[in-house]
Design a protein around this ligand. Structure first.
Ligand SMILES: Cc1cc2nc3c(=O)[nH]c(=O)nc-3n(C[C@H](O)[C@H](O)[C@H](O)COP(=O)(O)O)c2cc1C
Length: 365
């Protein structure tokens, strides 16, 4: 109660600042241990075993919050089952000019056009090396520099650079803020990207003693045909999993119509429906076995459960944290446990895809 009051006051103060400044302060507070740990009581029914990893619970922090790997342990102490750092590119880059992040409070959304501002592989490596023995699942989300001559080579470099430190990799080809990046989702380019990325992973596996799982993160703005092609290529290349989805370039049904005009990727509540439809359709295309991380617009216990029922093996969020604060993590996890009780389920995996047909059939209006 006291904690949620402090949390509420802190959020009010953060909302009075420009969003990028507020984010910088949040990272500082997390890295200086200012946030009280609020790890929820472990519920073994929520633990998810995938590959050689045991996720203590299915809720992770999505990429983009901790772009430089500064606070993965503080994030895990908030109760998240896993943290994804990045997107990191080989060389440091400044990204787009400020302002480049915008809140849409009436919609509970955010638009960002950061453009992969990050400190580069070497800085991220130094931080992850320093925490190497701390445990916890930390995924590394890799991307390409804006001015890269061979974009795919940048993904390969990321996999080579972090193979001994990453619990898993995310190959992010879905940011709308690096011109041309999403062209890598087109069939021929995708085939080449997946082949070279997985080859780099396989090569590194002898050196690091494990086969680091590789997830592909896609945009929600993909038509049915492109979705089918991605599913076919992912299965043919034996990618380990998918993340559905990144932010959207669409601007449907927004109340905050002035801010909606800003260029960039839209996240949060207005993305929930679109990303959940994409998730369910992808789940039907790839079948029940392939792990999929469902992300986009989770900002309540109910939306977390819905995402799992639409086909997500694991889930992530980012924007929900901006509007709800870190208490959201605990609320979601206790709701998932309660849902298992009330549905008579013994494990969270039994809920995955329970409602996939209904979501896959939803027509976007
Ligand atoms: C400010 C901001 C920065 C982001 N940066 C990245 C990024 O660097 N790499 C990435 O893969 N996704 C990035 N994302 C997308 C999120 O990881 C997530 O896919 C998306 O926001 C949808 O989830 P949400 O509605 O819970 O925020 C970013 C999102 C936001 C809001």
């Amino acid at each position: 109660m006291v904690l949620s009051l402090v949390d509420g006051l802190a959020r009010k103060a953060l909302f009075s600042m420009d969003p990028e400044t507020a984010h910088g302060l949040t990272i500082k507070a997390l890295s200086s241990g200012l946030f009280p740990a609020c790890e929820p009581a472990a519920d073994g029914r929520l633990a998810v075993k995938l590959f050689d990893l045991t996720f203590p619970n299915p809720l992770g922090l999505a990429a983009g919050f901790d772009k430089n790997g500064e606070v993965p342990d503080a994030v895990l102490r908030l109760g998240f089952g896993f943290a994804e750092v990045g997107t990191v590119t080989p060389r440091a880059q400044t990204g787009n000019p400020r302002p480049r992040v915008f809140r849409l409070p009436a919609d509970h959304g955010v638009i960002n056009r950061y453009g992969f501002n990050n400190e580069g592989h070497a800085a991220m490596r130094a931080r992850l090396e320093a925490r190497r023995h701390r445990g916890g699942i930390v995924g590394v989300n890799v991307g390409a520099n804006k001015d890269a001559g061979d974009r795919i080579a940048d993904y390969v470099a990321g996999i080579e650079a972090f193979a001994d430190l990453a619990s898993y990799f995310t190959v992010n080809i879905s940011s709308p803020n690096t011109p041309g990046l999403r062209d890598l989702q087109a069939r021929d380019a995708l085939r080449d990207l997946l082949k070279r990325s997985l080859h780099a992973r396989d090569d590194a596996s002898e050196r690091v003693g494990r086969k680091v799982p590789v997830f592909l993160k896609i945009a929600p703005d993909i038509d049915d045909k492109a979705m089918e092609e991605i599913a076919e290529e992912v299965l043919a290349a034996k990618v380990d999993g998918l993340i559905v989805s990144n932010t959207t370039i669409s601007r449907d049904h927004l109340k905050d119509s002035a801010t909606a005009k800003e260029a960039g990727g839209l996240s949060g509540r207005p993305l929930f429906r679109k990303s959940t439809i994409a998730l369910a359709r992808m789940r039907k295309l790839v079948g029940p076995q392939l792990p999929i991380i469902g992300v986009g617009g989770i900002d309540s216990p109910e939306t977390a459960w819905t995402k799992i029922a639409a086909g997500a093996t694991l889930i992530q969020l980012y924007t929900g944290l901006v509007y709800e604060g870190p208490g959201l993590v605990r609320r979601i996890l206790s709701h998932l446990s309660k849902q298992l009780d009330s549905n008579g389920l013994g494990h969270i995996s039994e809920a995955v895809g329970a409602n996939v047909d209904a979501w896959a059939d939803v027509r976007e209006d």
